[in-house]
Design a protein around this ligand. Structure first.
Ligand code: AMP
Length: 186
């Protein structure tokens, strides 16, 4: 099973994906984590870090290269959980054609919905705990704008294929998790 998990920054994607990955025994592919791991000591790593720190998306070609390579892993044969990917229409189209070439497809797209004011509060609280470079008030606003302008169209793309399951992300994480499992298992 191949699951795409989409939601604005701060919606709780990472937390849910870690649990879902264990529950369904499929690897968790977070492009944000993969990009953050790119060493800041290399020229490519420095370019990537600049995008992340500014709250902008890394280039599609670079993200696709990382994802395609990761999908070659044996552990991805039975499926995987994409966290924060695809984030642009181009990524969604390239993912579809990559999967189609392997007789695979995206089975379900989970859209985690949380109101904007709540997202900002959560991200600022996370900044205190995790100290992520991109959790500053200014960068948070930019990431939310980027979500609306570049990633929300991806939801329309999948909606046209009838793949979207909308999940209310305002509830406690355990309730959100149970709801997601129910939807997927149905
Ligand atoms: P995340 O951990 O998913 O919140 O991602 C953190 C940052 O990594 C984003 O703000 C982007 O700069 C970058 N990023 C993560 N996933 C993608 C993607 N699919 N396409 C482009 N940039 C991404």
């Amino acid at each position: 099973m191949r699951i795409v998990f989409i939601g604005p920054p701060g919606a709780g994607k990472g937390t849910q994906c870690r649990r879902l990955s264990t529950h369904f025994a499929i690897p968790h592919l977070s492009t944000g984590e993969m990009l953050r791991k790119a060493s800041r000591d290399t020229p490519v790593g420095r370019v990537v870090a600049a995008y992340i720190d500014n709250g902008q998306l890394a280039p599609d070609a670079l993200v696709m290269r990382i994802v395609r390579k990761r999908l070659q892993g044996d552990d991805c044969r039975q499926g995987c959980l994409f966290d924060g990917f695809p984030r642009t229409i181009i990524q969604a189209e390239l993912l579809d054609s990559h999967l189609a070439a392997m007789q695979q497809r995206v089975d379900v797209v989970l859209e985690l919905q949380v109101a904007e004011a709540e997202l900002v509060d959560r991200l600022l609280a996370r900044a205190e705990v995790e100290g992520r470079e991109d959790d500053t008030a200014e960068t948070i606003q930019r990431r939310l704008q980027v979500f609306h302008s570049q990633t929300a169209p991806v939801l329309d793309y999948y909606s046209g294929r009838g793949l979207i399951e909308q999940i209310d992300g305002h509830r406690p994480p355990d309730e959100v998790f149970d709801e997601i499992c129910r939807r997927i298992e149905a």
